[in-house]
Write a protein that binds this ligand. Sequence first.
Ligand SMILES: C[S@@+](CC[C@H](N)C(=O)[O-])C[C@H]1O[C@@H](n2cnc3c(N)ncnc32)[C@H](O)[C@@H]1O
Length: 342
Amino acid sequence: MSDTGRQRAPRNRTLTLSEAERNACAARLVRVSAPVNGADVLDRTIHGDCLEVMAQLPAHMADLLFLDPPYNITKEFNGARFAARTVDEYEVWLESWLPRLLRVAKPTASVYICGDWRSSTAIQRCAERHLIVRNRITWEREKGRGAQANWKSCSEDIWFCTVSEEYTFNADDVKLKRRVIAPYRDDAGAPKDWEETACGRYRLTSPSNIWTDLTVPFWSMPENTDHPTQKPEKLLARVILASSNPGDVVLDPFLGSGTSSVVAKKLGRHYIGIEIDETYCCLAEKRLELADEETRIQGYDGEAFLERNTSGETRSRRDIATRTAHGQGRLFAEAGGATERE
Ligand SMILES: C[S@@+](CC[C@H](N)C(=O)[O-])C[C@H]1O[C@@H](n2cnc3c(N)ncnc32)[C@H](O)[C@@H]1O
């Protein structure tokens, strides 16, 4: 996936790798073939098969596991093909690795497992055998082909599980900033549970398990790569803010283009990412390097999540420049990041 010879439109912001960048990124990857200390892999990208790697990591080192394995559909990952199978066969496949991965989770850890409707039944059954399943989040994926004889598939699931009854959940850190439809006032004329700003009237609300404010990364978003199933940074921000604290360890054994590591870094968490494909590892490394300078997360203003990724809805440019979350994430679109549909 080095970008030699491929023509892209001038406004296409998809991240690519030159040969030199690829070599520099590859040199930073870790390979693990024997037991390692946590410090050897903390804040690193590991190139390898997660099942082999996880067996070598110290037990109980992760506060949050984000699991985004190949879904139960036929899909190519840079030449490696995952083949769709029956629900029962997919469940057997999950069972072959999930319990083995869990040895790295702390007793207080949360585990999020992603899937689509074809994978979800198997994920639920498998997760219930090894974890406490707390919720199923369904998020709207705007992309997707229309179908003539079926409903267009526009949703995905994330199963929220914990290892025990003791776990982190920072509900106040993942509030949604919603435009107020009915701006009620109290007897003194003051806004009831909402805020009057120069940009409009807003209320902070707790998010439900239906997430409709996300955009799958695409060509005009600076976080976009050529990875075929890249998750939005905004989605990972919500998971990481809710289910970890600054300084905690976020571990992703199916790292892909690196979204979880990048967002963990932007939000002041430690990260460990494992990915079997070297090109994807290098893309993750390039994104991590860019995150040294660019700490903003599109659609998150450092205090709350915006209903859309677009700019200007909630805060003036001056407000945004001064606001940070845990000293890290800031609103993206205001400062020249792409809007959702350019
Ligand atoms: C659904 S994608 C993850 C996408 C990722 N969340 C992102 O935002 O880019 C699954 C990834 O798992 C990788 N993968 C598949 N089998 C693996 C294994 N045994 N060990 C490590 N990575 C694996 C694939 O190469 C693919 O990049």
